[in-house]
Design a protein around this ligand. Sequence first.
Ligand SMILES: [Fe+2]
Ligand SMILES: [Fe+2]
Length: 259
Amino acid sequence: MNLLFIGDIFASPGRRIVADHLEDIVATNSIDLVVANGENAAGGFGITPAIAEDLFALGIDVITTGNHVWDKREVYDYLGRQPRLIRPANYPKAPGGGVVTICSRSGIPCAVINLQGRTYMPPTDCPFRTADDILNRLDPAVKVRFVDFHAEVTSEKIAMGWYLDGRVSAVVGTHTHVPTADTRILPGGTAYQTDCGMTGPYRSVIGVETDLIIQRFLTSLPVRMESARAGAELHAVIIDVDEATGHARAVRRHAIDGD
Ligand SMILES: [Fe+2]
Ligand SMILES: [Fe+2]
């Protein structure tokens, strides 16, 4: 089965390029399950229930998130009601869940797990031990297991890839908004890429208006963050998973230049 993962959808340019292309990507690549990171979907900062519903209506089956999921207060209750919107599982005491098991379009049970790194990130429980707990509790019949590891540093993400190699179908990183070119299948059968990259405006500094961020670096003063509008690109990873073993057969990056 083919699983599509879309990197951090950022503000309206990110939502628009997904709306314009998702149906075609799904049809062309025989996609069976669509997962997307939506932590920046609402103007770059968080996600609202209405935006989550819009993304589900476009054909996204599960929305993962990260540190920005807490930016919009109205999503806290919704996280408890909508199991297909998940947040990093290693937040110690937070609304919602960090793992969901759902059936793909062709009826294959799939687990989607969201974890967050601890280096240069808000303090949380250990993502490695949290992954162990989740996998120990998971129904062994659920072979297809996707992990969105939301983390800042490459070393922590690479370590997680090796730690989970052979135990999950794929580990794909998010949060840096910069796609990496290290797409591969690890020896145990886990597809891996350090960062999927942002789906949003690339004429920016990781989604935010360039001038504002340059001013911040020049002055060290706080600036009012404003999402950029131009240079929309979609960055995703497509993983072909052998549903009998849960191992990845193939993995490739899939990018679309929207401008
Ligand atoms: Fe992000
Ligand atoms: Fe993030």
